[in-house]
Design a protein around this ligand. Structure first.
Ligand SMILES: [Zn+2]
Length: 253
């Protein structure tokens, strides 16, 4: 089964370990149909996109190097960086960024959301539910991919998906929903209630995680086999494809 992996990073330290061509070969070996890729320092994403333009969906992260996940919201130079990169290169999304409810009134994240609006970018948010609500309050037509299903349970994810029609979620680092390859009942209910809104992701947040991309794809296929085939296919790749389609024009596709 092909997989749309919604959560791949190829940051500067991973790019120092693996050439872009080698990283692209790993994505192909894992059987990925597409990968939403971002990196701390955008060079990694651009190199991987150049190496595999039909597979990689480039996303612009507001980080220039590791360690900016907490400081970026107070750093106006992040906006200069984002404005420069959206002017010079093609992107389908902005993120993955870390943004929490208490930070959403700050000028830098608000300006980032404005930039996403101006450039038709999906927002890949590592956020709590309050920050997701605040993004939609600022821009009601936003399209948001909620990373890691917010690290909360179906009791919170379900109502959020019901409230926001343009909210999708990735299951990166949420494999506990399918311990031993069997999908828990509460997650199964969520997938059944929102069959179009959930997708999978590996999250190569450290360079070493690149050695697990193939294994993660295999594990994903194992637990997806515990779902009805049509639903499994949607979560594996169809939902990601549908989510990203309105942004592909940004790439000239
Ligand atoms: Zn991530």
């Amino acid at each position: 089964m092909p997989i749309f992996d919604a959560h791949i990073h190829f940051s500067h330290d991973a790019a120092a370990l693996l050439a872009a061509g080698e990283a692209a070969a790993i994505l192909v070996k894992a059987g990925l149909k597409r990968a939403l890729v971002s990196s701390s320092g955008d060079a990694g994403t651009r190199a991987l996109y150049a190496a595999a333009p039909d597979l990689v969906l480039p996303s612009l992260r507001p980080y220039r190097r590791r360690g900016e996940t907490g400081s970026w919201v107070d750093d106006p130079s992040v906006i200069d960086f984002l404005e420069d990169r959206v002017r010079r290169f093609r992107w389908v999304a902005v993120g993955e960024f870390h943004l929490f409810a208490s930070q959403t009134g700050k000028a830098v994240p608000r300006r980032m959301v404005d930039l996403a609006r101006q450039h038709n970018l999906l927002l890949h948010a590592h956020s709590d539910a309050g920050a997701v609500d605040a993004i939609f309050a600022q821009w009601p037509e936003a399209r948001v991919l909620w990373a890691h299903a917010g690290f909360v349970g179906p009791d919170i994810v379900g109502p959020m998906l019901a409230k926001h029609a343009n909210l999708w979620t990735d299951l990166a680092f949420r494999n506990e929903h399918a311990y031993r390859g069997r999908v828990d009942d509460d997650w199964r209910s969520l997938f059944t209630a929102f069959p179009d809104r959930v997708m999978v992701g590996t999250d190569t947040f450290t360079p070493e995680r690149w050695y697990h991309v193939v294994e993660h794809a295999d594990w994903t296929r194992q637990w997806l086999a515990d779902l009805p085939p049509g639903l499994a296919e949607r979560i594996a790749w169809r939902n990601g494809e549908a989510m990203i389609r309105p942004h592909l024009a940004n790439l000239g596709k």
